[in-house]
Design a protein around this ligand. Structure first.
Ligand SMILES: [Cu+2]
Length: 315
């Protein structure tokens, strides 16, 4: 009756069902009693309501019964919760990164995937890392949910029981595209997992400019396109060397998108806000990107200039 998609589902479902049944019995019982008193003491029948106090029997009953019920809820809930904080020693470890607005999963330190692929029946521990604001990783089918908080080492674990695809959500409101911060976990047989892992390894070594890799791995491409289309932020196509209209300290001015401007835009994105875009959407990357890495990104952005004629004309 209780087999869920992960080993932890049973404990959660039992606690839920127990509390639900108690609540159900009470709402029916109280409603029936209420209707009965309304009819029984109706004015037409002329029964007089009597005041009374100091009934030991009643006091014991309505303190004792709820106490027992609440302790039972606690006990059943605890039995479901305790295993969630005990990771088996042989669990495989995957880093789960939450950032505005995507999930990314890092296998063996450097292999990155947007999808969480896992072998069936093997315990897995997810190390939860937030790169910007608070997020919360939720896999409803597995009954696991933990906050992903910047600067705080949080984790969760589970063992998937069935082959299949299950959705992963963010359940901590994290800004504009929070509702689009979805991914999926794909549970597969061990050999299929091994095959997928080999492919991931191979794909991670296709030559790609370092700057592009950095943009991808830091999550810039969630908000900035490379092809001229407008996302949450301006596109990087034809961006380098162009004239930008920005608001700084309440006044508008025009600046050239050169190396220094790019560095300022990444370290202090809310100092100069590009016309037509909202402030406070982009967070500072001061702790995430070194000046050297920004240099690499800048070199890559230089290669994204539009045709000769339009260069410098702005977007
Ligand atoms: Cu989020």
């Amino acid at each position: 009756m209780f087999t869920g998609a992960s080993n932890l589902a049973e404990g959660v479902d039992k606690a839920f069902l127990f509390i639900f049944i108690i609540a159900f019995i009470f709402i029916i019982g109280i409603t029936v009693f209420m209707i009965w008193t309304v009819i029984h003491f109706s004015r037409k029948k002329g029964k007089e309501a009597k005041q009374f106090r100091g009934s030991m029997k009643l006091e014991v009953l309505w303190t004792g019964i709820p106490l027992i019920l609440v302790m039972l809820m606690f006990w059943i809930g605890w039995k479901g919760f305790a295993p969630m904080r005990k990771v088996p020693a042989d669990a495989m470890v995957v880093k789960a990164i939450g950032r505005m607005w995507e999930w990314e999963f890092v296998y063996s330190d450097s292999l990155r995937s947007k999808e969480l692929v896992l072998p069936i029946n093997k315990p897995v521990k997810l190390d939860l890392v937030a790169e910007d604001v608070n997020h919360s990783l939720f896999i409803p089918a597995f009954r696991v949910k933990e906050d992903v908080v910047p600067g705080y080492d949080n984790w969760l674990w589970f063992t998937p029981n069935y082959i299949g695809n299950y959705e992963i959500l963010c359940t901590e409101y994290c800004g504009l595209l929070h509702s689009a911060m979805v991914s999926q976990t794909r549970i597969v047989e061990q050999d299929e997992y091994d095959k997928w892992f080999e492919e991931l390894k191979a794909a991670s070594f296709v030559p790609e400019p370092d700057g592009l890799k950095l943009l991808r791995s830091t999550g810039c491409l969630a908000c900035h396109s490379l092809d001229g289309s407008k996302l949450v932020g301006p596109s990087f196509a034809g961006f380098y060397g162009s004239q930008r209209t920005v608001t700084a300290g309440g006044a508008q001015k025009t600046v050239t998108a050169d190396d220094a401007y790019i560095k300022r835009s990444i370290y202090e994105p809310n100092e100069e806000v590009v016309e037509g875009y909202a402030r406070n959407l982009m967070q500072s990357y001061r702790t995430l990107l070194t000046e050297e890495q920004i240099g690499i990104i800048t070199e890559y952005l230089k290669t994204l200039v539009k045709n000769e004629g339009t260069q410098g004309a702005g977007l």
